[in-house]
Design a protein around this ligand. Structure first.
Ligand code: PEP
Ligand code: MN
Length: 262
């Protein structure tokens, strides 16, 4: 079902009237984790002002260490909804386990994180609902495995899958991951699904985000996901890769020269 051979036209996914994959660029911006109401509402307001089209924010966080901040959970989802109400931006958040599904009914895009890309039971159940799924590439997944995971969701009937490249593991240590921009043209050739790029997790370094966002658009991505935090130094998660609202504003001004953002 994900194969372009059997579906030559690009898939366009309508999320509250915003069309992902229609030729314009979708910009999903927001903090790695929702921390407080003040934090998420203020970031949402600034990224909206700069032209973001979606608000991202983690409530359930897949952290490497069990002692690290694990996210606000259900409260985080409620705060995201407050930020959506304040700004009108549709929200994207990661679901880690099926028991959380009822709480995601009113989330606009459900994110499946890199660590769950091959959680086939989860994928199958997300295939049974009618909701856009942002599927992130596993850090050690080949493009074929990535597309097979999309297939798990689509096989059950949910064809609203957005693919997201977020960096893979290589021998390189200068960056957190290696952002594999070559996957954009390959995935778009093999499949009809929209592809977005997450340079923040791709490199783990905030100062690379502008260059790689431009590059993502140049190689044909349908959108970019970036982590934006009002105070990256104090962020409870992924501060090093988070840009400030002011930096985001500057990047948006640059991106608007290259593409239509919608
Ligand atoms: C995230 O988006 O904050 C995240 C945890 O992403 P990934 O699954 O790509 O590591
Ligand atoms: Mn993160």
């Amino acid at each position: 079902k994900a194969n372009r051979l059997f579906h030559p036209d690009d898939t366009i996914i309508d999320v509250k009237g915003r069309k992902v994959g229609e030729g314009t660029i979708s910009i999903m911006a927001g903090p790695c984790s929702v921390e407080t109401e003040e934090q998420i509402v203020s970031i949402a307001r600034s990224v909206k002002e700069s032209g973001a089209t979606f608000l991202r924010g983690g409530a359930f966080k897949p952290r490497t260490s069990p002692y690290a901040f694990q996210g606000l959970g259900y409260e985080g989802l409620d705060l995201l909804k407050i930020a959506r109400k304040e700004t009108g931006l549709p929200i994207v958040s990661e679901l880690m386990s099926l028991e959380q599904l009822p709480a995601f009914e009113d989330v606009d895009i459900i994110q499946v994180g890199a660590r769950n890309m091959q959680n086939f039971i989860l994928l199958r159940e997300l295939g049974k609902i009618d909701k856009p799924i942002l599927l992130k590439r596993g850090m050690c997944a080949t493009m074929k495995e990535f597309l097979m995971s999309a297939e798990y969701i689509m096989k059950e009937g949910n064809e609203k899958v957005i693919l997201c490249e977020r960096g893979i593991r290589t021998f390189e240590t200068a960056t957190r991951n290696t952002l594999d921009l070559s996957c954009v043209p390959v995935l778009k050739k093999k499949s009809h699904l929209p592809v977005i790029v997450d340079p923040s997790h791709g490199t783990g370094l905030s100062w690379t985000v502008e260059a790689l966002s431009k590059a993502a658009i140049a190689v044909g991505a349908d959108g970019v996901m970036v982590e934006v935090h009002n105070n990256p130094e104090e962020a409870l998660c992924d501060g090093e890769q988070s840009i400030t609202p002011a930096q985001f504003d500057k990047i948006m001004k640059t991106l608007k020269k290259y593409a239509e953002i919608e």
